[in-house]
Design a protein around this ligand. Structure first.
Ligand SMILES: [Zn+2]
Length: 67
């Protein structure tokens, strides 16, 4: 029985971690943080620059961002 109890405790801990994952209210799927490279033009120099930002990806926008 002691074994079962410790397993239950582990499961409870895992459940807490899952609760930290953001769930999209629209598609009800987990939102993943993905590094997205954005291309933009530096108006001062006229050169193309890239900057990366973290975006939340779920079923709503994964096709737009990942393709
Ligand atoms: Zn969504």
């Amino acid at each position: 029985m002691a074994k079962d109890r410790s397993f239950a405790a582990k499961t409870a801990k895992t459940g807490q971690n899952i609760a930290l994952v953001k769930i999209c209210p629209v598609c009800n799927s987990p939102v993943q943080a993905v590094k997205y490279i954005e291309q933009y033009k530096n108006e001062a120099t006229g050169t193309i620059r890239f900057k990366d930002k973290m975006v939340g990806v779920c079923k709503c926008n994964e096709k737009d961002l990942i393709g």
